[in-house]
Ligand binder design. Sequence first.
Ligand SMILES: Nc1ncnc2c1ncn2[C@@H]1O[C@H](COP(=O)(O)OP(=O)(O)OP(=O)(O)O)[C@@H](O)[C@H]1O
Ligand SMILES: [Mg+2]
Length: 348
Amino acid sequence: MITCAGVFTGAFGTVGLVLAGRDPERAAIAALLDAARTGSGGALVVRGVAGVGKSALLGDVLATALDLRVLRTSGVESESPLAFAALQRLLWPLRTRIDALPAPQAAALRAAMGETEGEGDRFRAFLGTLSLLADAADEAPLLVVVDDAHWLDDASAAALLFAARRLQAERVALLFAARDGDARQFDAGDLPTIVLGGVTGADTHALLSEHTRTDIDPAARDQLVAGTGGNPLALVELAGVLTADQLTRRAPLPTPLPLTGGVGDPLALVRELKQQEGTGLDVWLCGGGKLAGALLPEIDELVVKNYPVVAGAGIPAFDGAFNPAVFHVAERTAFPSGVTLTHLTRRY
Ligand SMILES: Nc1ncnc2c1ncn2[C@@H]1O[C@H](COP(=O)(O)OP(=O)(O)OP(=O)(O)O)[C@@H](O)[C@H]1O
Ligand SMILES: [Mg+2]
């Protein structure tokens, strides 16, 4: 039985994490920051698959940038149709400086940020973005961090790339992180790029030990790396579900490894788990809409909680191709607050 409840997505800050490995990547970013400090601005893109550690690396960088003014934004899947949504969040702390820009740029940027009516001129909004960053950097070197760039709305992506390509004597470092393998891609053209791969060897050991507090057997560790490609998210998840006996090889590791949808083929994994139903274990799905959409053929039950709140367009609970699945209401509970809780069972 697979039950889908409380579908949600979210981003988690990773500031304060002790990174395992990543020395070459940290050195490349440190060089970018040093150059910005001394008046040689530039940009760098960190790419890699889901869970490989892009946000963790950005979080780590922040700890080394205490002397820089940091501006942050990120692509948000539900905001990707909204022109300039991400740029508006990025430039909000600098909005009082817009008045000092040349008038056409200021007008275009205000329109882009939704402060005045009308569409505004995009090219001037892009120029205004560059001018505003350069102006702020006159006061203190600037680190601009853009996470989940694959989800940026097109206008923000274009404005930020426009600025990134023109950084020269400005004390600005622009750092992007973008996921490979997502339906939306961040096309950064010829900007310098680092591709993050899985962690290996001693770094894996450090990462797993941090989460298990167990002295992991090297052969078990190698098996986990082979099964995950060294993906940190997968390793963190495994560290949470494997027993101390399994990690120290007093008991064998399960085959296949109990990975969630972040890695591998989630549908195949769920089918495999359902074969093991004799053990009496149910599978509960708590993931985003894409994972729910991928697993829809195997979902037997839904638990849906409705709130009396209107929030506008949101993230789909089930993302994917049009593929109706019919459920019937097994139980519905209404609470005095207006919340309803509905259990649905699959008909076909
Ligand atoms: N080098 C590392 N050392 C220790 N933990 C790490 C490392 N890299 C990633 N992690 C952990 O792995 C998990 C996934 O990392 P992170 O969120 O940074 O991935 P991501 O590449 O940003 O994924 P996404 O594409 O989904 O945004 C987090 O729990 C993070 O703390
Ligand atoms: Mg991330």
